[in-house]
Design a protein around this ligand. Structure first.
Ligand code: SF4
Ligand code: MSK
Length: 670
């Protein structure tokens, strides 16, 4: 049974129409002007790695079959794939490095405005990094943890310390295959080296390097970013918030924060509540100062502070086109250069804040560890000063209700909610998977893309169908933002879940779709999978779990790195596009079939959402069959004994929820 979600992103469609009427170009228009895009590039058969090229291989056998150097389709496509993964790993990991540097600065007292928020997490990470905590001050521990994290990027010997959080069977497999990730920078550098002209020319060898590099992301750079951000800014707990473009306020000064690292957005948010600045805003004629997020910065701010989420990646232009934005402050990744020109159609000021990411024409206010708060205030002041320049005739904020959301489902929260504060464990989740109430878990993650017009909501369609089929969904990134905006991340949405999943959601008081954070936070999903294995009963390795990963609208290299580390960690992963190596059938076959025999999981590329749903269901049922949990026990699903057991469980977990401050009434829509 699948349930199709019908719907469009009407607020985006309205704003795109207004932009068109005003002669303003959008990324959707630019996508059209790019058509037809290079067919060789789309299927991995274009090589530009040296100046004897660019070289193409003809996929139909009517033209050249090798580049000038003799590289064949497999080599060219595999190199293309590895470079994507290396670039994605570099993106997440450089983010992680900044967080490690910030932690050190905070510990040394060199970063006023920032502080250590979660000491419990600090102690946990200290343990993984072999940092002694006995009798030491928090700052001493934090400094050493930061130094150890920084060392993970360039250490001469050894492998990633966080990889020891994977199940033992997985660690042994990685060791046997020699793909346990070494220093993060080393894996990225080696990938670039091996994919240059004349080095690694065996596609199988190249794809194994893609495995190791991606693991340096998932169990290295991304995990460092997530865990250290939790130490600094707090581990997310269930938090209420609102989402969609209606969070932009007509009578307030609006500041959009966009990008990925919380360093900038946290300081802008703190500055915006400074009484002195609030007073200045009122003096300028506004009712207050409102912060809203775009992209993964939005996810970070929403899940830690309940700061409203305006939109995901492909909505950044629409948010500016409301005409009510005084400042858009950006840091790194997923920021469109076209935003700068777009801002000039309105009064909006675009401010870049990272020395790594300037945009010609935008103002640059550099934020570093030492000056965060001061510069945050400068950005807010600039917005206040710009407010009188707003042209009311250009303002269009979609009318209607903001979507309520409940977010903040870190793997710790999932564990507490399901298991209770004093016995936090994944046991109840595993038990409910074993008894069939929950068939399995799908991670629905990753990007949105201007290649698809917002008259469809593919993530909504996918997620609605999965929960209707009793598959618990965990989300991150822009995929999560799309579902948050459309109101399904509330416990009330459990009505749309299948009976078994609904019973569990009712018992625990959680939504059937869990928001776990930004794109670096896919590392939370890796840890959750490891914990499920360690809890026992549903397999001895991640590859045995009834779980799958999906990204429908992938666009960034980071998404491919995530997909590859999911696969290399044992998770079947589906991307909603045609294969990016379709021009090299051997490489395609290795990714979509052969890897299963090597790392226990494989890729699928499938643009049709209904087929993606079926692939997830089939995979989960196949894993359940292999575990032997689809047999007789399942027929006992709804007998009285089970119901009584569930009721007893309900009482305990509801109590645990209250202890966490998670009163179920908090979730009710206003
Ligand atoms: Fe062409 Fe080989 Fe150079 Fe690539 S590396 S551009 S295939 S000559
Ligand atoms: S922001 S990488 S579009 S998830 Fe993380 Fe969204 Fe993908 Fe950028």
């Amino acid at each position: 049974m699948t349930r199709k979600y019908e719907g469009a992103d009407q607020e985006s469609l309205d704003l795109l129409k207004r932009m068109k009427e005003s002669g303003i170009e959008s990324s959707f228009d630019r996508y059209d002007t790019q058509q037809p895009q290079c067919g060789y590039g789309k299927i991995g058969l274009c090589c530009r790695h040296c100046q004897m090229g660019p070289c193409n291989v003809d996929p139909f056998g009517r033209g050249p079959q090798r580049g000038v150097c003799g590289a064949d389709a497999n080599t060219i496509a595999a190199r293309h794939f590895v470079r994507y993964v290396a670039a994605g790993t570099a993106g997440h990991s450089d983010h992680g490095r900044s967080v490690a540097e910030l932690l050190i600065a905070v510990a040394r007292g060199e970063a006023p405005g920032y502080k250590i928020t979660d000491t419990k997490k600090l102690f946990e990470v200290a343990k993984v990094f072999d940092v002694s905590t006995d009798g030491r001050k928090t700052n001493e521990i934090a400094e050493e943890v930061g130094e150890m994290a920084l060392a993970e990027f360039g250490k001469a010997y050894g492998t990633q310390r966080f990889a020891t959080k994977a199940p033992e069977t997985r660690q042994k497999l990685w060791k046997k295959l020699n793909i346990t990730p070494r220093a993060i920078d080393r894996e990225v550098t080696e990938s670039m080296h091996r994919t240059g002209m004349g080095t690694d020319q065996d596609y199988k060898n190249l794809i194994m390097q893609a495995c190791r590099t991606s693991l340096a992301d998932g169990w290295g750079g991304s995990m460092i970013a997530t865990e250290l951000q939790d130490i600094l800014f707090g581990t997310p707990k269930p938090t209420r918030g609102t989402a969609n473009l209606r969070v932009i306020k007509e009578d307030e000064i609006n500041i959009l924060v966009h990008g990925h690292e919380p360093q900038m957005s946290e300081m802008v948010a703190v500055a915006a509540s400074d009484p002195e600045l609030v007073e200045e805003a009122r003096a300028a004629g506004a009712k207050g100062i409102s912060i809203a997020g775009i992209c993964c910065t939005a996810n970070e701010m929403l899940m830690r502070h309940g700061i409203p989420l305006a939109g995901h990646m492909k909505m950044q232009e629409m948010a500016i086109a409301t005409g009510a934005i005084e400042v858009i402050a950006v840091d790194i990744q997923c920021v469109m250069q076209g935003d700068e020109e777009l801002c000039r159609h309105y009064h909006t000021k675009m401010i870049t804040t990272s020395p790594k990411a300037k945009i010609a024409g935008a103002e640059h206010i550099e934020i570093n560890d030492e000056n965060g708060y001061e510069k945050g205030k400068e950005i807010v002041r600039m917005a206040i000063k710009n407010y009188p320049n707003r042209d009311k005739t250009k303002v269009y904020i979609p009318k209607g209700k903001k979507s309520d959301v409940v977010v903040g489902f870190s793997h710790e929260t999932i564990k507490y909610m399901l298991g209770g504060k004093y016995r936090a464990s994944y046991r109840p989740l595993n038990d409910n998977i074993m008894n069939g109430r929950i068939r399995g878990v799908a991670g629905v993650v990753g990007c949105t893309s201007s290649t698809s017009w917002p008259d469809q909501l593919p993530y909504m369609e996918l997620v609605s169908a999965l929960i209707a089929n009793n598959i618990l969904v965990v989300q991150t990134g822009c995929a999560a933002a799309e579902c948050a905006r459309n109101g399904i991340m509330v416990p009330e949405y459990m009505e749309h879940a299948g009976e078994g999943l609904r019973e569990v959601c009712e018992a625990v008081g959680m939504p059937p779709v869990l928001h776990a954070g930004s794109c670096v936070d896919n590392s939370r999903i890796l840890i959750a999978c490891s914990e499920m294995v360690k809890e026992g009963g549903i397999g001895n390795d991640i590859s045995e779990l009834p779980v799958a990963g999906v990204c429908i609208e992938w666009m960034h290299e980071k998404a491919l790195a995530i997909g590859q580390y999911f696969v290399a960690s044992g998770v079947f992963t589906i991307f909603g596009s045609k294969s990016l190596v379709a021009g090299a059938p051997d490489v395609d076959k290795l990714l979509c079939e052969g890897l299963e025999d090597i790392v226990g999981a494989k890729w699928a590329f499938e643009p049709d959402v209904e087929k993606v749903v079926q692939l997830v269901i089939d995979h989960i049922e196949k894993k359940r069959d292999a575990l032997g949990i689809n047999e007789k026990k399942e027929r006992k699903l709804y007998d009285m004994a089970d119901r009584r057991a569930l009721d007893a469980e309900n009482l305990k977990t509801a109590y645990a929820g209250c202890e966490l401050g998670i009163e179920h009434s908090h979730y009710k829509a206003e």
